[in-house]
Ligand binder design. Sequence first.
Ligand code: NAD
Length: 383
Amino acid sequence: MKIGIPNEISEGERRVAIVPKMVKQLISDGQEVLIESGAGESAYFSDLEYEEAGASIVKGTQLLFSGADLIMKIQPPQRDEVEMMKTGSIYIGFLAPVLNLNIIQLMVEKNITSFAMEFIPRIARTQSMDAISSMASIAGYRAVLIAAQQLGKFFPLMMTAAGTIPPASVLVIGAGVAGLQAIATARRLGAKVEAFDTRPAVKEQVESLGAQFVEMELVADAETVTGYAKEMTNEYLKKEREIIGSRLAQNHVVITTAQVFGKKAPVLITEEMVKRMQKGSVIIDIAAEQGGNCELTEPGKNIKKYDVTICGTVNLPSTLPEDASRMYSRNITHFFSHLYKTNDSAPDFEDQITKDSCVIYKGEIVNEIVKKALQKGGTNTHD
Ligand code: NAD
């Protein structure tokens, strides 16, 4: 198969879907790799490194798309990109299909078999393909570094000739993949950390990282079968805001990561709560792209209100382009090898990973979530 890696054209995107090391692996598995000239540059991988790994460097986006049997990308494809793809080719990458229904329809018309990275089921045997987790872990790490840079205080306890300075206190709300990495990073920097999540299973993980779990009456069935949080009732969220509100004034940094799969992020910090925070505090809202956990969050912006800095971070993984590309590249290569075990084999739809992640096959939408969104006449924000 000729696998094409285009330059990522979304604004601010610095990652590349395949790094030179994975080119070698794909080639040793019998594939051919075409890469658009300069595609790895902003992640610090040069054309020369790709060439040495065995890839063919293609000058020109149109040539790249029209020459590939399979396109590997990170960001969902834009209309121009789908138009350039070969009819009957294959796409693997993030798709955000429900937000991009017009694009999906164009892909159907062009009979482009499409697999969405975000639909890979999160089960034990998909850990090596799970780009949601690898990227979330980068986001958690980066969020703490941004907080450390914004805060006018040290993170660690400092005992100096000029006096003893107590460590910064950090509250992490939502202790999933991003939250746990944020806790670990803040602890490594010497901060005092406490964390909260609605899923009881998380308490032990939080404590094992040396953070304190903020106690509140937990709901026994707060988790779906796939391990995601369920949407909480308004009554529960009100109680939760009270608990969080009582902790805010004790903390200098708040990192919010609370999300509910497929839904808008819950608002857990209101304007009134921000008003009561210490001057100079910092909120890093990792859930900004899903609407934000703080009422005042503006996605993509750092704002200051009531002497509190609120960072509505978006696409944090792209701010660590080199390692984010390495991790994503490994995820997508494992996924590809799972889907296409040999050069002439078709995907096996008896397999749960293949079945759940496929959106378009043989010119038809095969994914139930996307089918339902189309029936409802959903939104198209990226077209
Ligand atoms: P996520 O990004 O959807 O949510 C982040 C965190 O926010 C979650 O821990 C969630 O419980 C929490 N949250 C939601 N509503 C909240 C609220 N009102 N208040 C406080 N916290 C709230 O989740 P994620 O990090 O992508 O994954 C969550 C879980 O999924 C994991 O911890 C794990 O159980 C499961 N998972 C399994 C695998 C696997 O088996 N391969 C891989 C990754 C994740």
